[in-house]
Design a protein around this ligand. Structure first.
Ligand code: G3P
Ligand code: CA
Length: 293
């Protein structure tokens, strides 16, 4: 009996250690290296591969719908009108999503024309989905296929220069996103990220328990960045070239996870894991899963 108890304790300790050491593999824009970015096929594809987390971006339409899109406009690099016509004119002015209704956004296809930066992407007809529909599709797929839950890492695409032009002000923007999160009941398996601390502060006011990740592009002063945010976030997410031993130590001493973006090179993925990051955001979750798990 004593022996069985000891073995059980050992097994559960090993299990806990494995869980603790598990790296969070996040599929960037779903799995941009393999599918059209931020589309339902990309998110389902990433779930099938076995990511822990789906990274995605959100913007807002004229009729206040939260739409999954990296750019707050139709990007002529990979979007066309559904009749195949290329986009002409100024992308940001003439195809600004904040001036289009949700119905209007659906007359663009951002999947079947490919993306020359990602030649391995599958070419599929795909429209920018509503955040609510994306969550429903993913949750439905997981339920039907009896798969483990995934987390959502939702980036609010907000910047002072775009206020009231490309998107709402931080307060209404955060409210719109949080309403969807609440309605879909994903508070326990999502976090909100942004480069814009104003949006993160608004989300924190709405729900202080909701995990927040601060995105960092260059100014890598951990202490200052956290001071600017005004509270301790769940995660610090810098560009991967900013990761070093000192930063790993600083994050962990503060109880903050370190989850860099967007690393696609295999050697760099391994190096980051060796340095001790808690997760990686990648366009190629297939490579990361194979190498890092
Ligand atoms: O998750 C962070 C990363 O996605 C930030 O960069 O421009 O791809 O949204 P971007
Ligand atoms: Ca993003």
């Amino acid at each position: 009996m004593k022996q069985i108890l000891c073995s059980l304790m050992l097994l559960s300790a090993v299990g806990l250690m494995a869980q603790k050491g598990r790296i969070d593999i996040q599929g960037h824009r779903g799995a941009r290296g393999l599918y059209p970015e931020n589309t339902i096929p990309a998110f389902i594809g990433a779930v099938k591969l076995g990511v822990n987390t789906l990274e995605l971006d959100v913007v807002v339409t004229k009729d206040n719908q939260v739409l999954v899109s990296h750019d707050p406009y139709m990007n002529d690099g990979f979007c066309r009108q559904v009749d195949g016509k290329s986009l002409t004119g100024d992308m940001k002015k003439d195809y600004n999503i904040y001036t289009m209704t949700y119905a209007e956004t659906q007359s663009y296809d951002c999947g079947q024309w490919g993306n020359e930066k990602f030649p391995d992407q599958q070419k599929l007809v795909a429209h920018k989905p509503l955040l609510a529909d994306m969550i429903d599709s993913v949750e439905d797929y997981i339920r039907k296929n009896n798969l483990p839950k995934v987390k959502y890492n939702i980036e609010i695409k907000c910047a002072p220069a775009g206020d009231n032009i490309m998107h709402p002000l931080p307060e209404p923007f955060a409210k719109l996103v949080y309403e969807v999160v609440k309605k879909k009941g994903i508070q326990d398996h999502c976090n909100i990220q942004s480069f814009d601390v104003r949006c993160l502060q608004e989300i924190h006011k709405l729900d202080p328990k909701l995990p927040i990740a601060i995105l960092i592009a260059d100014a890598n002063n951990f202490k200052k960045n956290l001071e600017q945010l005004g509270f301790t976030p769940y995660a610090y997410s810098p560009h991967y070239i900013l990761v070093n031993k000192k930063l790993v130590k600083q994050c962990h001493a503060a109880g903050v996870k370190l989850i860099p973006w967007t690393v696609n090179d295999e050697k760099k993925m391994v190096k980051l894991k060796e340095l001790g990051v808690d997760g990686v955001i990648t366009d190629y979750p297939n490579k990361a899963i194979q190498l890092l798990r």
